[in-house]
Design a protein around this ligand. Structure first.
Ligand code: ADP
Length: 186
């Protein structure tokens, strides 16, 4: 199963991806986690993207697309994956669709986690993971990047009839229950 887990910063994509991963045994591919891992380990990629993540802006499409396409060709992803944080722009979505089409496959489902804006801000400020982009000013930048560049990706997959909306408010288990209902329908 190939899933896209979509939603604004703070929507709970990482939390729900972990639950989907353990329940359905599908690997979780988070571009944000990959970038943070590379920054922490001071790799070439990490050095290239650090200031971008710190500012709450987007890594260039080409860098992210190359990274994801390399990653999903690894054997552990051959039965599917949960994409979290990708695609985040229309060019990224188009590149992904083209790559999958070249392999005669496509995304099975696009889950859109819906959470009101004020709740997003409250959640990010209270999660205290020590992320350098979790300050009020950076959150503002990330939300505006989300509205301008990322939200159109939802429309792109809506046109393809792949989108399931998930109410992202409630307990972690309530939300996961809604995701399970959507996945079990596939
Ligand atoms: P969140 O969803 O909480 O904003 P992520 O962990 O998904 O956080 O991403 C953190 C940061 O990593 C983003 O603000 C951006 O700088 C970078 N990033 C992650 N995925 C992408 C992507 N697909 N395209 C461009 N930049 C990305």
């Amino acid at each position: 199963m190939k899933l896209i887990l979509f939603g604004p910063p703070g929507a709970g994509k990482g939390t729900q991806a972990d639950k989907i991963k353990s329940h359905y045994d599908i690997p979780h591919l988070s571009t944000g986690n990959i970038f943070r891992y590379n920054i922490k380990n001071e790799t070439e990629l990490g050095k290239k993207v650090k200031s971008i993540l710190d500012a709450g802006k987007l890594v260039p499409d080409e860098t992210v697309v190359d990274l994801v396409v390399d990653e999903i060709q690894k054997p552990e992803y051959k039965n599917g994956y949960i994409l979290d944080g990708f695609p985040r722009t229309i060019p990224q979505a188009e590149a992904l669709d083209e790559y999958l089409a070249s392999k005669e496959t496509s995304i099975d489902l696009f889950l859109n986690l819906e959470v009101p804006e004020q709740e997003l801000i409250d959640r990010i400020l209270s999660r205290a993971e020590g992320r350098s982009d979790d300050t009020p000013e950076k959150i503002k930048t990330r939300l505006s990047v989300y509205h301008n560049e990322t939200a159109p990706v939802l429309n792109h997959y809506e046109k393809k009839g792949k989108v399931q909306k998930i109410d992202g408010v409630g307990s972690i288990d309530d939300i996961f229950g809604r995701i399970k209902d959507a996945l079990d329908e596939l």
